[in-house]
Write a new protein. Structure first.
Length: 491
């Protein structure tokens, strides 16, 4: 029971952080940005924790167990995207002192583009975060032998209370703590598996290699395979630009530091922290494959996405079981509720629904918004229980709308063209086209199937939005003077 006592001590730290962060909240600037006083190292670690999330802790080991290490190909494009965001996106957001990244779209194009960007964020983040919430709660329900619906409700209540009171400072500081727990949990499970695999690391390497679990690069020139080096890298680069640069949940953490330069350094620093963490959880999956190959008589879960949770319950001792459970629980608390609310208040409620109200009013509505979005996440997470291969589903969700948002941001950042309502048309057209394309590539339409891997669709969606927006600007837009174009200065 010592392990679970340690786990309870770790859990108590989250409410303490929320209390210390939230007791002095006085306005939305503090609630959403922490008055830009968060240390850059804390913002960087929180970014890593959000990037990793419960999806990595539960679903990446499942990918390593079921498939191989080719998921790591996505890291190449992701790292390149972070560098470009640091050079191009962050200076623009700090120039306009944005609370949400969609305020940049208002400055650059107009209010309609800002509203569209925010609505697209709501749709994309709610769907993707619903999947993430399901992954975390599914793992917890297996380990604790709780009903899934009870777990979903309980953890949403905890997250809602935590974030509604503590605001972004509670999210950021807890995220930094989470990142250290994620590392500790992965290394502990790896150590346990290596000591319980006959023959140790050399034998594990041999069995995994013979089982095809060590494949890292797929260099085939095949557009229909979504997991080639080229498709994965291109997808990760564009998804990275969209997730890290145009998604309020991720960028909000980087806007809490005082200066542009500190924010840039915090983002680039996440590259060095994310790679070993993803590798560690892929290694957990590979070693789980070897462990069950050597112990074929042991029962396995009906859904391979549950392999880590199943192994935690069946094999790990109390201390390690508590550590893995703590990592998953902390990952579930790090939710998008603050970023969803910040975008709703700043981009929709304040300009459209209630202008000129007091900061006290906006702060109250912000906390109520956290509760409302928490309920929506439960409604989205519940149907996900019938899905297998949840890691790839989570990535596909972002593919449909991510290109639409990224395309309009790139139009504002790399050109001087200006169009407002035309951007909305371009974004809707791109998303509809990508939705149809992903359905045609996965299911088919009338016996016809689109022969292209889904990883390429965000590239195409970005190009459609950018191209249509540019054409609309030629027809009915105007060139913005250079002073309107945010400088893409370097580090």
């Amino acid at each position: 029971m010592a392990g679970f006592r340690g786990r309870r001590r770790r859990h108590r730290r989250a409410p303490v952080i929320a209390y210390l962060s939230g007791r002095r909240e006085k306005d939305t600037q503090d609630f959403f940005l922490g008055e830009r006083r968060v240390p850059s190292i804390i913002a960087s670690l929180s970014f890593v924790a959000t990037e990793i999330s419960a999806m990595t802790i539960a679903a990446v080991p499942a990918a390593g167990y079921r498939e191989n290490w080719q998921y790591l190909q996505f890291f190449i494009g992701s790292a390149a995207a972070k560098v470009l965001i640091a050079l191009l996106f962050i200076p623009a957001f700090y120039k306009y002192k944005c609370t949400t990244v969609y305020e940049f779209l208002r400055h650059r194009f107009g209010p309609e583009t800002q509203y569209a960007g925010s609505v697209f964020f709501f749709i994309t983040r709610l769907l993707a975060s619903g999947v993430r919430l399901f992954v975390a709660c599914s793992a917890v329900s297996i380990i604790l032998d709780w009903r899934l619906e009870l777990t979903l409700v309980l953890f949403t209540i905890v997250s809602t209370a935590f974030i509604a009171f503590g605001g972004i400072k509670a999210v950021v500081w807890t995220g930094a703590f989470e990142a250290t727990v994620f590392f500790a949990a992965a290394l502990a499970v790896i150590g346990y598996l290596l000591t319980h695999i006959a023959g140790g690391l050399p034998e594990a390497w041999r069995v995994a290699g013979e089982g095809g679990r060590l494949s890292l690069f797929n260099v085939q020139a095949n557009l229909t395979d979504p997991k080639t080096l080229w498709g994965a890298s291109a997808n990760a680069f564009f998804v990275g630009l969209a997730v890290f640069g145009t998604d309020q949940e991720m960028m909000q953490r980087l806007l809490t530091v005082e200066s542009r330069r500190s924010s840039q350094k915090a983002l680039v620093g996440t590259i060095a922290a994310t790679l070993p963490l993803v590798m560690a959880y892929l290694a957990v999956g590979t070693l789980l494959y070897v462990f069950y190959q050597q112990n074929s008589s042991l029962p396995r879960p009906d859904n391979s996405d549950k392999i880590l949770s199943h192994f935690t319950v069946q094999a790990l001792p109390f201390g390690l079981k508590g550590l893995v459970l703590a990592a998953i629980i902390l990952a579930s608390i790090d939710s998008p509720l603050n970023s969803l609310t910040s975008s709703f208040i700043t981009d929709i409620y304040r300009p459209l629904m209630r202008k000129g109200a007091s900061e006290r009013h906006y702060l109250w509505v912000s906390r109520a918004g956290v509760v409302a979005f928490g309920i929506l996440l439960i409604m989205i997470a519940w149907p996900c229980q019938k899905i297998e291969g949840i890691l790839w589903v989570g990535l596909q969700v972002f593919t449909v709308t991510g290109g639409a948002t990224l395309g309009v941001f790139l139009l504002g950042l790399v050109t001087k063209r200006a169009v407002n309502r035309g951007n909305v048309v371009a974004m809707v057209t791109s998303s509809v086209a990508m939705g149809v394309a992903i359905y045609a590539s996965e299911v088919g339409i009338g016996g016809w199937k689109l022969e292209i891997g889904w990883t390429w669709l965000i590239v195409i969606g970005t190009a459609i939005t950018f191209g249509l927006g540019y054409l609309f600007s030629l027809v009915g837009g105007e060139a913005k003077p250079d002073r309107q174009r945010p400088p893409g200065d370097g580090l």
